[in-house]
Every structure is written in C-alpha cells, then in structure tokens.
Design a protein around this ligand. Sequence first.
Ligand SMILES: Cc1cc2nc3c(=O)[nH]c(=O)nc-3n(C[C@H](O)[C@H](O)[C@H](O)COP(=O)(O)O)c2cc1C
Length: 186
Amino acid sequence: MKAGNLEELPIGKVFTLIEQGPVLLVATRDGRKNNVMTITWSTVLDFNGNFAIVTGPWNHSYDALRKNRECVVAIPPASLLETAVDIGICSGTDTDKFNRFALTAIKGQAVKAPLIGECLANIECQVTDYVERHGLWVLSALRAWTNPTLTDRRVAHAIGDGTFVIDGETVNLRDRMAAKIPAGAF
Ligand SMILES: Cc1cc2nc3c(=O)[nH]c(=O)nc-3n(C[C@H](O)[C@H](O)[C@H](O)COP(=O)(O)O)c2cc1C
C-alpha cells in the first residue's frame, strides 16, 4: 500500500525501527555458576535508574532472574560486538560462557551476579516487576560502574534483522534541550 509518498511497512518489521538501544549483556548467577546472555530489547523508564528488558523462559538466564530477582546489565564496546552475538546464540545450559568467551567476572557490591570487566559500563540491578505477558522485567539500578580503561568507547545498536549500527558522530544539543535534562545528567 502507498499513502502519498509513503510506503507501507509490514507490522512484523515495526520493531526494527525502534529496537536500537545499545546491545546489552545481562549477567546472572544461579547460585553455582555465572551466565550471560545478549539483550537488545530494552527501554529506559525514568531518570532514576529504572529500566526494562524483555526475555522469557526460553532462555537459561530466566530461571536465575526469576529465582534471585537480580542481574548485572553490561554495555559491551563495539569491538566486542561479534562476541556479544556469539554469546546470544548459545546457552548457559551447556556452556560456561564466561570461560568460553574469556570474560572477566568481577564481584559487584549489591548483587551476586558478576560484573563484566571487558564492558564499558555495568549496572547492578534488582528486579522490581515482571510482566509475564510480555516477558518484561523492570529493573532498578542499585550500583553502576564505568570502565575508563577501554579505548573503544563506541556502542553497538541492533536493528533487529541481524544488522547493527555502531556509534559514529556525537552531536551535542544540550543547550537546546536543557529544559528536559535533569540536573546531574551532565
Ligand atoms: C543480537 C542479539 C540480541 C538478542 N536480544 C534478545 C532479547 O532482547 N531478549 C531475549 O530474550 N533474547 C535475546 N537474544 C537471544 C539470547 O541472547 C539467547 O537466546 C541466549 O542464548 C540466551 O542465553 P541463555 O540461554 O544462556 O540465557 C538476543 C541474541 C542476539 C544475538
């Protein structure tokens, strides 16, 4: 269908228009073993460290998330993108992913799930809500860590169809949107 100069997009492709938050790694600990999965379905909920990720029982991480109600959400640099994809196509059921992908597990302060030493940032989170119908986990940040030692500061964004966009130009429009940015954000 056409509407003026616009072409209709199938509903099944709508998510590719808005999926592009950072590629995330979500680390959990089931009591015995660390695990990590890749997530690109996420959204910020407010200025106070609350955000949401989407995942469900088809993943091994789900049980640890449900049982312990905590996780670490980490942002890998673009140089780790291929590893992040590989992490997202195998399962903690039969793979020790920290070992296989040579990830450094660092002990956090607020949760038992590990921080990931190779990531640009790590957020220790507790689960505050779970909307089963959508597999939507609402997370609240308890502690957050950045890694100033990494030279690659670029973040990768998933389109959702197997392609990714890596950060390029940074545009500073702080003055223009100052009224909408809370104090302390910059
Ligand atoms: C780029 C990429 C993005 C992904 N995004 C999600 C996501 O948002 N939610 C989800 O449940 N699974 C997502 N996955 C799939 C999981 O990462 C995958 O099922 C993983 O094997 C789960 O690991 P686990 O079984 O050890 O928990 C994604 C995978 C890739 C490669």
